[in-house]
Design a protein around this ligand. Structure first.
Ligand code: ADP
Ligand code: MG
Length: 251
């Protein structure tokens, strides 16, 4: 099993949520998308949340990470008791300082080179230019893009773009890393690079990596698999990951 670092006042748990309920108004009625979800994740674990499209995975990530306020329930994360009791400014600061995000769509700035994409985030965090450049280079080397640092997104493949997004995320050394369908726009080979990097973020950086996906092929890398369906957790299983697993191409 991977090494588990302990940070913050909630001990082994990097994040713990209780009773999350989220409803959306549709016309005159509400649909309940999270129906009382209890969730936790540990440092050093790759926690996989699997479920079909529409089961509430992205909504759960948003509620856990301070992006979307739940209607009921609470989230304790790192040193924070009840994240949603904080002011919006403090929630934003918590996210900036502690959370990394990897989405399906990469979210890169078209005009910036790979190096600049990563540096921009670090400068936001208050690093000076030289230090931001040093850390950004190291993060890009780590994801195997040492020779692609000066390329813009239009000059990069899908897999390379996702690796830039991961470098940007890892350069912050986030304690909480949220990945929402990180491989779904990628072929098998690039998907494998990405899931291996997420595995390493947990094992080598000690991050609590929370990866939501409907792709069952990613299970091989996980320490824990939680199934969600129709806004409810169905089961929660601990397993031994296989970091050397291979992801066959699905195209
Ligand atoms: P998943 O990520 O598992 O595919 P989501 O969390 O994105 O699921 O969505 C769960 C359900 O909530 C879906 O039925 C979706 O249509 C609905 N939903 C998500 N966001 C909104 C919103 N802003 N307004 C109304 N319905 C929403
Ligand atoms: Mg989703």
């Amino acid at each position: 099993m991977s090494a588990t670092k302990t940070h913050g006042r909630h001990g082994d748990f990097a994040i713990e949520a209780k009773g999350l309920v989220k409803r959306f108004k549709t016309g005159r009625s509400y649909i309940e998308v999270l129906k009382g979800v209890d969730f936790d994740a540990r440092h050093g674990d790759l926690t996989m949340v699997m479920g079909p499209s529409g089961s509430g995975k992205s909504t759960l990530v948003a509620a856990l990470s301070g992006l979307l306020r739940p209607d009921e329930g609470r989230v304790d994360a790192l040193d924070i008791d009840d994240l949603w009791k904080l002011s919006p400014g403090r929630i934003d600061r918590f996210r900036l300082q502690n959370c990394g995000f990897i989405f399906q769509g990469f979210n890169l700035f078209p005009a910036l080179t790979a190096l600049e994409q990563v540096m921009t985030v670090l400068k936001y965090q208050g690093l000076d230019r030289a230090e931001a450049r040093r850390r950004a280079r190291a993060a890009l080397e780590e994801v195997g893009l040492g020779n692609r640092m000066n390329q813009r997104p239009s000059e990069l493949s899908g897999g390379e773009k996702q690796r830039v997004a991961i470098a940007r995320c890892l350069s912050k050394d986030p304690q909480l890393l949220f990945a929402d369908e990180p491989t779904s726009a990628l072929d098998g080979e690039n998907g494998q690079v990405v899931i291996r990097l997420l595995r390493r973020a947990a094992t080598e950086h000690g991050a609590a990596v929370i990866c939501v996906t409907h792709d069952p092929r990613l299970e091989a890398w996980a320490d824990r698999i939680i199934h969600i369906e129709d806004g409810r957790i169905l089961d929660d299983t601990r397993r031994t990951p296989d970091p050397e697993a291979t992801l066959a191409s699905h195209h």
